[in-house]
Write a protein that binds this ligand. Sequence first.
Ligand code: SAH
Length: 290
Amino acid sequence: MNNPKLTSPTEVMRLLKKYNFKCQRRWGQNFLIDQNVLQIIVDSLKLSKEECILEIGTGIGTLTSALSSLTKQVISIEKDKKLVPILKESLSPYNNIEIIFKDVMNYDLVNFFKENSIKGRKVEKVVGNLPYYISLPLIRKFFELNKYLKLAVFLVQKEVGERLIAKAGSKEYSILSIITQYYSRPEKIHLVPYTVFYPQPKVSSMIIRLNIYEKPPINVGDEKLFLNIIKASFQQRRKRLINSLSNYFKGNINKLEIEDVLQKIDINKNRRGETLTLEEFAKLSNQLTK
Ligand code: SAH
């Protein structure tokens, strides 16, 4: 299994001290020290020995080592080179772990997946205890890789998790919810208190599983228009749909035409944009394309 010592707070503190490593809060360096939570993350990935897995944020190698015995190859991306000496020690018993010391936000992931598939390596799952400051842009980045990915399991800040799974009309419903539900079927796996990390962050987290669709089940024709309409509808949350849309299309489509479109697809023009479901946004953008 994993290097069980790595979930022991004494061992984590020993390693950090030995190599004089100072955790950077701004890079989300909060390391998991709970065997139970680790097991939940690993189980939710449903791994097999034939596949490889991509991990974001190696840290001191806790999750990395747990993935090792369950897969053919673990590829882990870590920004902080100062972790090298610790990882040399903590991951020394494993021979199927590759660490890429790069900033994942500037790393060419498209090329990464292409090259792996040429090599015949099956990398269809990604996992990570995501640093908060990159969690949103990173999740969006992975949706654009839906051609390659089947499953993503992320540990994110609880509020972010709530937004990913939020339903239309709820307080947490946002552009991110719609994009998430367009590309995937999101599932809440587990709530995680901040006490399972060392050092402790200030907020709770959530384990989220995104079952990524091979092809989004909802047809939106012009994807760019679809996304722009969503943005326009959410920009001024309290505005009525008809006003947000006519503002957005100012000069191109007049208010009366938009009213006509809304009537045709049976959406009340007085509704607020943030109450529309994914299906309704799709209908709206398809009708406007016409
Ligand atoms: N998986 C480990 C570590 C999680 S902490 C565990 O669960 O214990 C998050 C890790 O992400 C840190 O090691 C941090 O250095 C790394 N990280 C932060 N920003 C990153 C970035 N832009 N690219 C790659 N790794 C990053």
